[in-house]
Design a protein around this ligand. Structure first.
Ligand SMILES: NC(=O)c1ccc[n+]([C@@H]2O[C@H](COP(=O)([O-])OP(=O)(O)OC[C@H]3O[C@@H](n4cnc5c(N)ncnc54)[C@H](O)[C@@H]3O)[C@@H](O)[C@H]2O)c1
Length: 347
């Protein structure tokens, strides 16, 4: 069987920790052919480390060798590189967030359509075993119509001190666009893509501006720190749903936690850990399903879904239109915070 020839663009942390090892595990269907990075030395080192035949400094050279690419560069370059890859005839898996602005996301979708290529985004929280159980519960109407969603993506004093995470020009934002985006995507997916109507948001960066701030994930310059480190939002949807959202990189709390719960008419669920509560026989029963031992790593499931979709054996789980909606929501949260007013979204 013909294997999918894959290339990796931007071979820093996430490429080496998740994408390359995951695609390597798929050797029956995927051949990792080339890597590219503006840091050519790194490209060569990574190619050698993972026994990948080609390393390039220019992505045009990589496109000629492959059927599909995964883009793992800073956020600012996601859209332009994805469009170039799609125009060169490659399928694209792009790291999250899809792009910094929704206009950039639209450019990516247009390029995928005009070239009839696949485009997906690495929102890998969907592939966690807990999220898979929650999705099944929602599809089976286990909680009835959902009403209220509560989301908290909270880290205790952990601003990433490495890479470019605190650089607004390159990343477009901080805790929201880096971490909160995963939980926004997961929520919208579980809720079956409701249409957001109104967004209130507040983005802070006071926690990381103080000299000598405590940070468990390495040093960063508090003077040049110009992204959000704590964000809150309230979002309403056209079908009557509402969402309370909060994320932080640097909260003064006891410990890190990620929480997503949905209250519905007939029951409720929590994703991390997965729990299901159903109103039956006059009482609220805890009918949680158990996570089985040995569930595959979300990064592997993501790579397999993308590769199998490119080979015509599966369908993409993360559709680009869904990922664009996450970017639209984040834009609205930032805009609301800047203006102090709610943002109304029209379709
Ligand atoms: N899914 C997740 O949970 C997760 C986790 C971490 C990072 N990410 C995302 O992955 C992306 C990369 O993050 P990272 O932590 O690997 O960063 P990183 O800084 O470790 O690596 C980025 C790499 O991209 C290269 N690069 C920069 N500009 C480039 C360009 N124009 N063309 C080609 N290469 C370029 C850099 O030289 C570097 O090697 C970001 O979009 C980030 O949001 C996702």
């Amino acid at each position: 069987m013909t294997r999918l020839k894959m290339g990796v663009i931007g071979v820093g942390g996430i490429a080496q920790d998740r994408h390359i090892p995951s695609f390597k595990l798929l050797e029956d269907t995927v051949e990792l052919v080339a890597v590219q990075d503006v840091n050519q030395e790194r490209a060569h080192e990574v190619a050698k480390k993972f026994e990948i035949p080609h390393a390039f400094g220019e992505y045009e050279d990589l496109f000629k060798q492959v059927d599909a690419v995964t883009i793992c560069t800073p956020n600012k370059f996601h859209s332009s590189i994805a469009v170039a890859a799609l125009d060169a005839g490659c399928h694209v898996l792009c790291e999250k967030p899809m792009a910094i602005t929704s206009n950039e996301c639209q450019d990516m979708i247009d390029a995928a359509e005009r070239n009839e290529r696949l485009l997906s985004i690495a929102y890998h929280f969907r592939y966690t075993p807990e999220a898979q159980l929650a999705k099944k519960a929602m599809e089976n109407q286990e909680i009835g119509d959902p009403l209220v969603t509560r989301v908290q993506a909270m880290r205790r004093r952990k601003v990433p001190g490495w890479g470019v995470f605190t650089n607004k020009d390159l990343q477009g934002g901080g805790s929201l666009i880096d971490f909160g985006c995963h939980l926004l995507d997961l929520s919208l997916w579980l809720l079956d893509d409701p249409e957001p109507v109104e967004v209130m948001g507040k983005a802070y960066n006071r926690l990381s501006k103080t000299p000598g701030q405590v940070n468990d994930w390495g040093a960063f310059d508090h003077e040049t720190f110009n992204v959000d480190d704590h964000v809150t939002s309230y979002i309403t949807f056209s079908n009557g749903l509402s969402m309370q959202f909060e994320c932080s990189w640097a909260a003064n709390i006891k410990e890190d936690y990620t929480a997503l719960s949905i209250s519905g008419v007939d029951g409720g669920l929590s994703v991390y850990p997965f729990e299901l509560y159903q109103a039956k026989y006059g009482a609220l029963w805890d009918s949680s399903a158990k996570i089985r031992e040995g569930e595959p790593d979300p990064g592997y499931v993501q790579a397999k879904n993308f590769a199998d979709s490119c080979l015509g054996k599966d369908e993409l789980i993360v559709q680009p239109e869904q990922a664009m909606k996450v970017t639209q929501l984040m834009e609205a949260i930032y805009k609301s915070s800047e203006t102090g007013k709610s943002v109304t979204l029209t379709k």
